[in-house]
Every structure is written in C-alpha cells, then in structure tokens.
Design a binder for this molecule. Sequence first.
Ligand code: PMP
Length: 412
Amino acid sequence: MVNQLNDYRCDFPILDQIVNDEPLVYLDNAATTQKPQAVIDRLVAYYQNDNANVHRGVHTLAERATAQYEAARTKVQTFIHAAASAEVIFTKGTTQSLNWVAGSFGPTVVEAGDEIMISVMEHHSNLVPWQQLAQKTGAKLRYIDLLPDGQLDLESARQVIGPKTKIVSLAHASNVLGVVNPIKTIAALVHAQGGYMVVDGAQAVPHMMVDVQALDADFYAFSGHKMLGPTGIGVLYGKQALLEQMPPVEYGGEMIDFVGLQSSTFKELPWRLEGGTPNIAGAIGLGAAIDYLTQIGMANIQAHEQALVTMALPQLQAIDGLTIYGPQDAAQRTGVIAFNLDNLHPHDLATALDMEGVAVRAGHHCAQPLMRWLNVAATARASFYLYNTEADVKTFVTAIQAAKEFFQNGTL
Ligand code: PMP
C-alpha cells in the first residue's frame, strides 16, 4: 500500500536534490506542496503560446486564454462536485475566500446579538475575519469545544448551535491536530436553526475526495498551492443563491455590465465577484494540478497518506519524551503530525532535522489560540503528501532520534 504511489515522486523535479549533504525529504506539505512537471509545463505553455487577457478580447489569443481559464473553472467544479461552474469563484487563496465570506456575505445575515460559531482549532484565517465581523456587527463570537484529544466535541456543538447562530465556520481538516471535522453533521445542525455553514477546506481538498453538495456546505474555501497548483490562486465555492446575495468586494474591470456616470450594472456570476484581471495562469495551473490529482485518484492519495501515518505514528510514539498532538490512533488522523520533544524548542528540532535534509515546520502554525489550548508556545509539524515514501518516514524518524541524542548527550 505505502509503495503504490512511489512512482509519482519522479514527477516532482524539486524533490531530486541534496540539502545539507543529504537527499531532500520534504515534509512541509501542509504549508505548501511541490509542483509536478505537468503543472510547471502547463504554466510555461500558457505563457509561451496563449497569454492574453480574458473575457475582453475577440482576437485568437484572448479567446484561447478565456477558454482555458473557464475550462479550469469547470475542472474545479467537477473536482469538488459543485452544482454549477458559476458557483466557483477564483480568489487568491483560502485566506481571501474566507475574508470575502466574512466581510461581504457576513453583514447580509449577521446582526447585533447574533452568534458566529467557530472552534479553537481554527487557522487565523478562519478566526480573525470572524472576530472582525463580530466586532463590526455586535454579534458574539463563540467556540465549539474540543474533546481532550483534539477532536471536535459534537455534544458541545449540539448545545451551542441555536436559534441565534447565523454562521458556523470550521476547518474541514486541521492543519495541526490532523483531525477531520464532521462537517455534514454540523451543517445539518446549523441549517436546522436557519444559519449557514462555512468550511475552511485548505487541508482537506488536497488530500481527500470533497463533495460540497454532499457536505451541504454553503461556502467552501481552499488554496491551489496546497494541492500541487501555483501560489496566488484559490477558490471560493458558494451556493449560487448565496453568492448572488453577496456584494462584490471589488468593483472595476471584468465584473461590470454597463457603467453609467452615477451607477453601474454588473455581470452575472461568477464574473460579478472577480473584479480586475484575474490570476489567469494560476487558474490554468490549478486546472493542471486537478488533472494530475484526478488521474491518481483522491481515494488512492488518501489511502497512501493513511499508510504513511500508520507507519510513522507508532515509531514516533516509541520515542521517549516525544509528544504528538491530536488523536493517538492513526485511523483518526490525516497526514499532518504536530509534535514536540521534551525540553527542546521546536525551532531547534526543525533546524536539526534540516541538517539531515528533512524539511518540517516549527512555530504556531497560524493557530495561536490552539497552541494555548495545547498549553505550548509552538510545535514542530511534519505533513505528508502523495510523493512521500516509506523511506521518507524512516529518514524522518531516524533524524528525530539523532537530534534527541545530540541535544541530550551532545553526540551525533
Ligand atoms: N486554513 C488552513 C487550515 C490552512 O492550513 C491554511 C494554510 N496554512 C490556511 C487556512 C490559509 O491558506 P492560504 O495561506 O493559502 O490563504
């Protein structure tokens, strides 16, 4: 099982390099992923052959660029099982998508005295925009509890989601705890109260099959760069009726229909929400990433990451003084593992791993409230993707053991 995807590693030219005299083992995929040659080639081909602005020109290159940009939208629609391509809005990424929902849709439904519900595991980009909305409207920002192992407490959700709840916004998968939240169940709870379900899918869409209709999400946000695509491109999915209700954040070129001296009319969805020249190459690159992921199959990718975690977790748990955050059972986890080694700052640990060619992240992972909940200042974090291998897990575990030895006994 673990080896079934190893062939894909050779599609990623960046992985074939030496870092600090060691072959690179890239385990920082929750931050951003590497790009397969197919995505790199697609970007180059677009700029070499077809570059033009979209939607405005009648010349051949403009028509080609427009067709490719819109084809990318349809690829996203199919990938996340949206009902219509008009429900797929291209943005800069998850952060922008969530800010648009909180900043533009939020005020159309939230009033003073209402409640907005999130959880303490949220990334800052699914937390700070809701704080801002609560402050501006006089609504109350409330938190659904977590269970001691970091999973969302469904009992708490049932208790706190009530008639005042206008919006619940949750990560589909945590970027620290490795848990997947029961979005469909929570969506049913919030819909029963007449509220809306917003989902931060940054750590889910790259790693599992996502069906926004089956989840019954009202809005769903994710980033291209975490799923083999370029940086600077992401998606805001929204149910059409709700996107219609959402005022554009930006007014200007590309999104207008008729402009008068005192007032204007706007295009229909999705273009109404995409003011200015969009990230055309980024969208086309994301389309190529989706083709690549689809060819492998999301179920295969998920199974592969599951196998890597199943292999890594017991080996990490066996290291004396190493704490893993989140559920301790691999079956309850995604490919994200946050950890600390007793008495060692995670930055020192990450630096020691880097000396062995192993790239992991250290810090608060844009989740300061979660760090406080875990009672730590920071953690180290390894995160797997489809191109990681059994050998990567071995190198990673061995490098941690060597770092522990070095910092405790001064020997390598
Ligand atoms: N939410 C989660 C759960 C994330 O992991 C990230 C990226 N670390 C984001 C939101 C923000 O994504 P971006 O920086 O691409 O906007």
